[in-house]
Design a protein. Structure first.
Length: 248
């Protein structure tokens, strides 16, 4: 429910009546704001129950994080009423925030532990980073579009996620200064796995990444590093925005 303000119908209000009016107006705003947040909380509960848990994602920590992180704060205001729908949403610059189920699926498949150092390629809105941060991970996130990186960083700081570090750069190169990583998650699709990401993954670490050509069906690939190569398998057909290469 949108916030409303209390406006008097009678202009000439004197003495005690005016004092009462001045008291009621901010209190009413607080009550309506509370109702709005309660509504979003209910929508998150429904999202997790119907879109995520019902489709087989049952990791308790992931479900708890998805119920807690306010997804509506990671989308443009005009789209907030759709924030908990079963679909991706545009966030500007030709990019999207992924469908809630996909975020949960990728997070559960990666199976990060608290204190894990996770590299994310494609910060986007910052929502996936927030889910990982809620799980107790130390997140290093790269975004090639500067305006998105700045907006995501502001949202994450406002919500108190001090364990997310954002860098503007080309995700194909990874973040060698902070490597190696326990896990890597990629939220945009290259045509093949960038070699730098494999090099920056710890032995035994997991990588989840959509791979394929733009405009067609891609494959979500889950891989584990073994020696100097990746043991991988396709786990889900998907459609993601392309992974942009070059200078930011």
């Amino acid at each position: 429910m949108a916030k409303q303000k209390f406006f008097p119908r009678v202009i000439r209000i004197q003495g005690l009546a005016l004092m009462i009016l001045l008291f009621i107006a901010p209190v009413a705003d607080q009550i309506w704001a509370g109702d709005e947040e309660d509504g979003f909380t209910a929508l998150r509960e429904e999202m997790v129950s119907r879109q995520i848990e019902a489709r087989g994602v049952t990791d308790p920590a992931v479900l708890k994080a998805m119920k807690k992180v306010p997804r509506h704060l990671f989308v443009p205001i005009k789209n907030r009423k759709h924030a908990y729908g079963d679909y991706p949403l545009p966030i500007g610059q030709g990019q999207t925030i992924s469908q809630p189920y996909i975020v949960a699926f990728m997070t559960a498949a990666l199976n990060p532990e608290p204190q894990s150092r996770v590299l994310e390629i494609g910060t986007g809105s910052g929502y996936q980073a927030a889910i990982l941060a809620e799980l107790g991970c130390e997140v290093y996130s790269i975004e090639i579009i500067g305006s998105l990186a700045e907006r995501a960083g502001e949202t994450l700081r406002r919500l108190g996620y001090g364990n997310v570090h954002i860098k503007i750069g080309d995700g194909h190169k990874g973040w060698p200064e902070e490597a190696p990583f326990d896990a890597i998650i990629v939220t945009c699709a290259p045509e093949k796995i960038p070699p730098a990401l494999m090099r920056q993954l710890k032995e035994g670490g997991h990588l989840i990444i959509p791979v394929g050509k733009t405009g067609g069906v891609q494959q979500m690939v889950l891989a584990r590093k073994k020696g100097d190569h990746l043991v991988s398998r396709s786990v889900l057909p998907v459609r993601f925005v392309p992974m942009v290469e070059g200078s930011p």
